[in-house]
Design a protein around this ligand. Structure first.
Ligand code: GTP
Ligand code: MG
Length: 331
């Protein structure tokens, strides 16, 4: 899924200039033997074909490089829906396809007319008429071209995520999400920017039974309640639910993260409602906990069934991995 491969989208004026100047250049090279009328016909026929096919080739290149909507994963579909509108997007692509066919038919029609013309004047007037119709068709899809230009700009920086079993780590700021990601996946996480926010996704990977597990840390994304977010932002963030096969929600019951447990529980409930997958509660910073603190915390749902770990010391990580693997085997 990559919009960076889509060429810069020309507007109708730029596209016309490109096509007509190529056509003139190429037509000058035509040298046909025989009568003057035959030469003029050959040259004008060439201009029609080059002008038309330049536009068609260019539009086809766009169509070929734009990721196919049917092949997009639900995650990307949802992001595109929020960012540019899927219906509008498909409509533009349909218009481009329609135009390619229309131009091809016109090329055929006008080259036939040129060939059967009786005078030079007639030849020239057919070629001019073809140019006029081509230009007016291009003007007709101007708004589609401008829309696609804008869409390409917006979509070319979508995060690149894999279509594989995915674990999303959520939790309030500072609870140890990134530390846990590193513990689970080893290497430094890859960083991807996330639409509509200045926020980023951190991605790491490990393998289980030769299948890749993708772990995503979502700093600053899932650490507020959904009510506080703008609509687009909320929808974009919820696009993550199409990606997640499992959510690990990290708690810091020492509250050294700076967020009271009550608030963390509130965020937890929002995530549990927003996502349709299992949310596994995990208490981090186990190294700072006393028996007493843990006993007290475990009186509250969902902490009563939470795993306990220390991302700092690497303790309890194996149990989390076991849970992830089990969820993956059941899928
Ligand atoms: N004592 C202790 N400190 C931890 C543990 N895990 C993380 N920390 C510390 O908590 C702080 C925040 O850790 P991060 O992993 O950056 O937390 P985060 O949730 O990714 O934070 P944001 O990205 O800001 O939301 C750091 O100072 C870590 O060293 C732990 O298990 N025990
Ligand atoms: Mg972090």
């Amino acid at each position: 899924m990559n919009f960076k491969r889509v060429p810069r989208i020309l507007d109708s004026k730029e596209l016309m200039d490109y096509a007509f100047s190529r056509a003139s250049r190429e037509a000058r090279k035509v040298s046909a033997p025989g009568a003057r009328l035959q030469r003029v016909k050959k040259r004008e026929e060439r201009r029609i074909i080059i002008a038309g096919s330049s536009v068609r080739r260019y539009l086809n290149r766009i169509l070929m490089r734009i990721p196919r909507i049917e092949e997009l994963t639900p995650f990307y579909k949802e992001l595109i829906e929020v960012m540019v509108g899927m219906e509008r997007f498909s409509h533009s692509l349909r218009s481009l396809r329609w135009l390619v066919n229309k131009i091809e038919r016109l090329e055929g029609e006008y080259t036939r007319r040129v060939r059967s013309a009786r005078s030079e004047e007639e030849v020239h007037s057919y070629r001019r008429e073809f140019y006029g119709r081509l230009a007016s068709l291009l003007r007709k899809i101007e708004s589609e071209l401008l829309f696609l230009r804008e869409a390409r700009e917006r979509l070319k920086n979508l995060p690149s995520v894999e279509d594989t079993f995915t674990v999303v780590i959520a939790g309030a700021p500072n609870v140890g999400k990134s530390s846990l990601l590193r513990r689970l996946t080893g290497a430094e996480p890859r960083v991807e920017s996330y639409p509509f926010t200045t926020k980023q996704l951190l991605l790491g990977y490990f393998e289980h039974n030769h299948r890749r597990v993708q772990v995503i840390d979502t700093p600053g994304l899932l650490d507020r309640s959904f009510e506080d977010m703008r609509r687009e932002e909320r929808q974009c963030i919820l696009a993550l639910k199409h990606l997640a096969n499992l959510v690990i929600f990290l708690f810091d019951i020492t509250e050294t993260c700076g967020y009271p447990l009550e608030e963390q529980l509130h965020i937890y409930r929002g995530i549990e409602q927003g996502f349709d997958v299992d949310v596994i509660p995990v208490i981090n910073k186990g190294d700072l906990l006393t028996e007493e603190m843990l006993r007290e915390a475990k009186k509250t749902e969902p902490l009563d069934r939470a795993l306990v770990c220390s991302a700092k010391e690497g303790k309890g990580i194996a149990e989390i991995i076991k849970k992830i693997n089990k969820a993956m085997d059941n899928k």
